[in-house]
Design a binder for this molecule. Structure first.
Ligand SMILES: [Zn+2]
Ligand SMILES: [Zn+2]
Length: 253
């Protein structure tokens, strides 16, 4: 599954990097962690080719280069969403269950129709009607998987520290639109649902389980995640080592 993810989602093929879901990949780094309940869990970092140095991105955002800001915003919003695709959490939870409904976490994704025109929204030909109805099903499925699998965070006793703040940083700050703070160059991604992490809809639809995805726009957060991911490898080794030593003990008795 991880190899398929690397090849088809990231675009890292046997013949070299090809355009993937997020662009052409320049590098990747990932580890599979075994959780307490023995389930496997992937942490993955992807570098995209052609990425400007981060200080240049910041400069361009601060200088209010509107074309750059618009294009970066469009790219980011095409990669990640911070809310459900078909309505609010309450609306999504309330969706009617259609006849013949199957739990999407137990089915394979439905491939989109092969053929469609440049402007499917206005075209109206048979192929384009097919594409639009597939897209509606896609959005409903993504939301259904999010409601079922992504931990909708209810802040409670377990996550509150001594200052009364949720240690998982929920509820997240909500932004109705993606905006740039002109003083700091900080990009606040649109986020309308405070109780879920950002996700990539295509990653959700293809993996059909709890996932989250986000863009790391600072060197510090990249380093933090590298440290976090590496920590899992180290922890993993430690566990393997403990397992072996326990095995050795039981055999030598
Ligand atoms: Zn058409
Ligand atoms: Zn919490």
């Amino acid at each position: 599954l991880v190899l398929l993810f690397i090849k088809h989602i990231c675009g890292w093929t046997e013949d070299g990097p090809k355009r993937g879901l997020f662009g052409t990949p320049a590098a990747f780094y990932g580890t599979v962690e075994q959780q307490g309940r023995m389930t496997l869990h992937l942490h993955f970092l992807l570098w995209i080719a052609g990425q400007l140095p981060l200080h240049i991105v910041r400069e361009k955002l601060m200088s209010q280069d509107s074309d750059f800001t618009r294009e970066l915003t469009e790219y980011m919003e095409s990669c990640f969403v911070g809310e459900f695709m078909t309505g609010s959490k309450a609306e999504v939870s309330d969706h009617d269950i259609p006849e013949g409904y199957k739990d999407p976490t137990l089915t394979l994704p439905e491939a989109p129709p092969q053929a469609f025109c440049d402007e499917p929204e206005t075209c109206g030909c048979e192929n384009c009607v097919e594409v639009l109805s597939w897209w509606e099903r896609f959005k409903l499925t993504v939301d259904d998987i999010l409601i079922r699998s992504n931990k909708i965070h209810a802040t409670g006793k377990g996550c509150i520290n001594k200052d009364g703040v949720c240690t998982a940083r929920f509820p997240r700050e909500v932004f109705m639109q993606t905006t740039v703070d002109p003083k700091t160059g900080h990009l606040n991604m649109k986020k309308q649902e405070s109780s879920i992490n950002d996700v990539s809809p295509v990653v959700t639809a293809t993996n059909r389980c709890n996932t989250d995805a986000r863009c790391l726009l600072s060197g510090t957060s990249v380093k933090a995640v590298v440290g976090y991911v590496t920590d899992y490898i180290t922890k993993g080794w430690l566990k393997t080592h403990q397992v072996f030593s326990a095995l050795h003990d039981s055999f030598s008795r």
